[in-house]
Design a protein around this ligand. Sequence first.
Ligand SMILES: [Zn+2]
Length: 559
Amino acid sequence: MAAPGHPVFTDTSLDKFFARRISAPLLTLAVATLLAAAGNLKFWSTLTAAAGGLSLAHLPLLAGAFLIIVLFFNACLTLASFRFVAKPVLIVLVLMASAASYFIAAYGIVIDRAMIQNVFETDVREATELFSWHLVLTVGLLGLLPSIWIARAEIRFPQGLRGLLGRVGIAGGSLLLAGLLLMIFFKSLAPALREHRELRLLLTPTNTIQALHGYLRSKWSTPVVVAPLGRDAMKGAAWRGQARRTVTVIVVGETARAMNFSLNGYKRETNPLLARQQGLINFSNVSSCGTATAVSVPCVFSAFGQDNYSEAKASSQEGLLDVLAHAGFSVLWRDNNSGCKGVCARVAYEDLSQPGPNARFCEGDECYDERLLEGLPELIRKSTKDLVIVLHQKGSHGPAYAKRYPQGFGRFSPVCDSIEFEKCSRDSIVAAYDNTILYTDYFLSKTIDLLRDTAASEGVDTAMLYFSDHGESLGENNLYLHGAPYMFAPAEQTRVPMMLWMSDHFSERFRIDRTCLMARRTEPLSHDNVFHSVLGLLDVNTAVLNPKLDLFHACTRGS
Ligand SMILES: [Zn+2]
């Protein structure tokens, strides 16, 4: 027993603070809130700016976003809420988030794979340069203090089957509520997240986890060896004894959805020029491989098809453009988008998306799709080979639809010219989008005119195949933009336009039966048909061609 006047060191008030009993769900929710708030100061300031500044009007949106993130973190943390697992996981996350939050705020860095590589491969001198008292203070207050608290806490975990069901209920309920809030705020949040992709890299600790995962995966993975495909490819019978060269243009559209093409029955006249193009065959029932460029573009040029496609498979096997090169075509990819996603790695590539000095068809930092046609007639004239030219459009890329077309194409109005969708009516967003389709109509029609003229003046046989990579939601069920998981994606995001134009000489030479093709134009088709149909169209013989997916197989006379 201690004598009066002698303090008892085993039970100080500090000890009391650090030895709390707490139920596991409450602790999880507290840590989720701490991570969302204190660990993400830069994220919140960026989102606030992206949403249009801090004002009373934007408060519900920001509060909604905060709740969504807390609920999402809570659901994830609940899955780790077991004895012996919870404490180390929570402590590591809290420490990691405090350090990340400091570096993001102090240096304006983003946490990605390259940054993690820097951290792992830096030397001691560099590391000590980063050390500061500010770092100690931030990590101490936001990381260490909560960590000590968690380490000393007496956590009461719900036991048995009831405890297990309770966790499932909390995780499921949190996700459900987060999903509900996301639906309510989607119109405002989606454009901000799309335009400010850095937000994804600012959200701690998911950024660090993602970056660590990417770093370790690339460190331990064996380098990708690209397997050859269609090395047996050869030009078939239709090529024998032909003196005329061929030029085939494949236009890869961006975010164009089928239902807003008047060729497919849309109420607004968005295709006035294509409607007058003689011999154009419009396929009205085509679905995309994915709902995002990064999926659809590699998928459509791969031999895998939607069911067997994966990013890893596509990047480790040659694709359509390689097979065409093996068959002797000269292949060129011209880009006004964000690159070819690996599809054109082994063929010629031109980036036309950056306005250089004296660049025509550019305004500010934006280049209109017409630029993809610049110099094309000369290029065709100078070449001595059969050409396949891919034109990758910027198309209808959102949310800044109004930036995608020159002024003269603003036929439908009033248009939404803000990326803050909550400031715009749905009609004005659709009007801006429809103007992008009107411009694409002009661009495709101009491409066909160019190919028709070249066919006549240069004596080459020409054709154009156009399809879009995926569609777009424009407020149907309060959904905007694209990228929904395919299983749940609405038709607005998965139904794409596709059309074919051939010069008369071209269709005669390859003996393509137009009447037969016209009869197939409402058949259900998909991106899966593209790989095989391009080879079929150009009469390329190879074992990788699947005649069942070749649109032209049944429509070639004498086959
Ligand atoms: Zn896209």
